[in-house]
Design a protein around this ligand. Structure first.
Ligand code: NI
Length: 134
């Protein structure tokens, strides 16, 4: 087994440690290994395989042009979007929930693109395969 060190902002590490204690991890290494495994499993989805899922975005309502950007990205992928719902969370934040179904590669590409713009505070793709080949 190899060892390596990770630099992390204090507040992020604090949140991570709270997450670990809630999940019952006894050390950070095991938690990081689990995160890496999860990421790799997610990446194993191949193009040609159908997935269904939800993309959950929280973003800054005041970030200039952000809403327009996110809408434009969704229009570029409208074939795999079944539905989307926008919730005005509070004065600053919006929540958008996008239900997707389609080629795994395209779903991932959409999720990645929605993550990128400045002002997107969190973006999460939760999905599962349907077992269907496209
Ligand atoms: Ni809103």
């Amino acid at each position: 087994m190899e060892r390596f060190s990770i630099s992390m902002e204090d507040d992020l590490l604090e949140k991570f440690d709270r997450h670990l204690s809630r999940r019952g991890y006894s050390n950070r290494s095991e938690a990081v290994r689990d995160l890496v495994r999860k990421t790799l499993v997610d990446e194993e989805w191949e193009s040609g395989e159908e997935v269904v899922g939800v993309i959950t975005l929280v973003f800054d309502h005041h970030q200039r042009q952000l809403q327009e950007k996110l809408t434009e990205i969704q229009h570029d992928h409208c074939r795999i979007i079944i539905s989307s719902t926008h919730v005005h969370l509070d004065h600053h934040n919006c929540l958008e929930v996008i239900i997707v179904k389609g080629d795994a590669g395209k779903v991932r590409e959409l999720a990645d693109r929605l993550k990128a713009p400045r002002g997107v505070k969190s973006s999460e793709l939760t999905a599962t395969t349907t077992g269907r080949r496209l």
